[in-house]
Design a protein around this ligand. Structure first.
Ligand code: FMN
Length: 191
């Protein structure tokens, strides 16, 4: 048990997920206890699940627990979705909860938990009207978004940095123990 605030890091199946340990390190430096919830596709080679599990000291969650089985994570004080895919953003906005990650996100909004999102979506997909509508809807629900990131090569051939730190900055001032003035609702959810 710890009295540190608990951060869920939701990891989707985008190439930059390979570096999610950087976000976890930054969060731990900022006094967060971290648990990772990954989409089933993200578990299929998008990041080093063994290393990330060792880094957080907890199993990575991807599947629903069995009825009667305790939730291995405490309730979240905040949630970061990084990287967030086109697929998960659209399904979340539509209220679809067919993965643990999506169910967690849909529920976190209803619980009033602060949520920060770092999308990683190619420009061609980001131009889809459904995606634009999803961003509007999620923002209206209070979800905070970092800058768009398409991941394409820069003129010099390199890739731009993915703004891992930005997610924690988006949460700053909204969480108990991290400068938030108000309580976060208790956990009554089904995760
Ligand atoms: C190597 C690779 C990299 C991918 N990168 C991205 C990406 O950056 N953004 C994205 O939206 N989808 C990306 N995809 C496609 C997603 O993995 C795919 O849409 C998947 O269904 C997303 O599932 P999830 O949202 O449940 O994680 C990538 C797929 C592969 C194979």
């Amino acid at each position: 048990m710890t009295d540190k605030p608990f951060l869920y890091v939701v990891v989707c199946a985008a190439g930059v997920a390979a570096d999610v340990s950087r976000l976890i390190s930054r969060a731990q430096e900022r006094n967060w206890e971290v648990g990772v919830v990954a989409t089933p596709v993200a578990m299929n080679g998008f990041f080093d699940t063994a290393a990330v599990g060792a880094q957080t000291g907890r199993p990575i969650r991807s599947a629903w627990r069995a009825p009667g089985e305790p939730n291995p994570f405490p309730a979240p004080d905040a949630v970061v979705v990084a990287p967030a895919t086109f697929n998960t953003v659209n399904k979340w906005a539509a209220g679809i909860a067919d993965t643990l990650a999506l169910g967690t996100l849909c529920e976190a909004v209803g619980l009033g938990v602060p949520i920060a999102v770092l999308p990683c979506v190619a420009d061609a997909l980001a131009a889809h009207p459904a995606y634009r509508d999803s961003l509007v809807r999620l923002r209206d629900m209070g979800v905070r978004f970092g800058d768009p990131y398409a991941g394409g090569p820069e003129p010099d051939g390199g890739r731009p940095e993915f703004g891992w730190d930005g997610a924690l900055d988006l949460l700053a001032g909204r969480v108990p123990g991290q400068g938030c003035p108000g309580p976060v609702p208790g956990d009554t959810g089904t995760r």
